[in-house]
Design a protein around this ligand. Sequence first.
Ligand SMILES: Cc1ncc(COP(=O)(O)O)c(C=O)c1O
Length: 431
Amino acid sequence: MPQLTRRSLLTATAAAGLVGVAACEADGQQTAGRTPPFDPRDWASVRAQFALDPTVAHLSTYVFAPHPAPVRAAIEQHRAGLDRDPIGYLHAHEADAEARVAGAAMRYLGTGADGIAFTDSTTLGLGLLYGGLRLSRNDEVVTTTHDFYATHEALRLRADRDGVTVRPVELYTDPATASVDQIVGKLTAAVGPRTRVVAVTWVHSSTGVRLPIRAIADALAGKNLLLCVDGVHGFGAVDATPAGLGCDFLVSGGHKWLHGPRGTGLVWGSERGWSRFTPSVPSFDGRSLAAWVTTGRAAAATTPPGPLATPGGYHSFEHRWALADAFHLHDSIGRGRVAGRVRELATRLKEGLAGIKEVTVVTPRDPELSAGLVCCAVGDLRVDEAVGRLAAAKVVASATPYRDSYLRFGPGIANSEEHVDAALRAVRDLV
Ligand SMILES: Cc1ncc(COP(=O)(O)O)c(C=O)c1O
């Protein structure tokens, strides 16, 4: 069998993506079988990078991302190489591939590589972080009632293990009318002299509320605590860097809004943050391994904190290494344009939903207090029933996995205005 080249794979996968999207393009300019060159300025061309079923409006790609063509191509290239010669390919490519991923992540985050740990998911990152922060029995973590299971459970496991106090605070009662002052006020009021960690979520997957992380960081400045953020629904959807947010830790998966390989993620930490962290999984960083081989103790190594916090072991490298290609695609489109597109589609959806009498939009209309997630209630209709009926109408939405459950959409770069309008029509038909 001829060896797969990167170029032939890119062409093949882009063509596969085009067949899918072409069928749902309103203007009909693109036809199946032709492979237009990728034009990052053209949203139809961006959509053509995805191989989604064209007969369905996929408005939940943020849950578990479809891979765009360059990511599929990179995965296939690495997989073919690893299957052909696992050790040879690994040794020949590991250093370059990891440097490429680190470089791409550094550019995206606007930081150095030393502060970035790579993981498999947001959940793994949160578990490592909240399990590894140096806290004593008398220390307290302030969190909120709005975070996802992964934050709450990581903190519960920590509290059960060594008695750290975890105090959840409610930041708003009505998400639709939440304000920056209210959120910052409630959070700062909850912080006391024993608080060492504030554990929050950038964009709540329970309501779509986007926390004003910068304002929170400014309000907490000068206090001896770490601001830790589950950033997964802002990462790749909102144009902001850790420095701009002002947090100490930003944890995310790569497989949601960034459309990175499934099974990827990262933890970015500030110098101050990492100085209060102890890893729990051995790193496979060359410096740690070399120190262990030569001195018998990896602790003698000069491994920087991010690589030191990166769980070692052999991984699904074909996915890990293709994370660089997701960042590159994102960069080629422009992070500001991606964020603008997400905002534009979410605004269209919110406005359309707000115009349906029986629908209550839960997510704030203000784009500064929201991102791409759009949550709503449809009269008294049970959320799982709404999701099922929408699926039958070929619209993929989800039910928020929280005690107060809402119907949730998340339009992103794989979507068109047509998809949003299809969702609005389908919601109208629910009532
Ligand atoms: C706020 C939030 N954090 C974390 C996760 C889990 O992400 P991951 O699959 O990257 O662990 C989810 C949902 O999947 C979520 O909504």
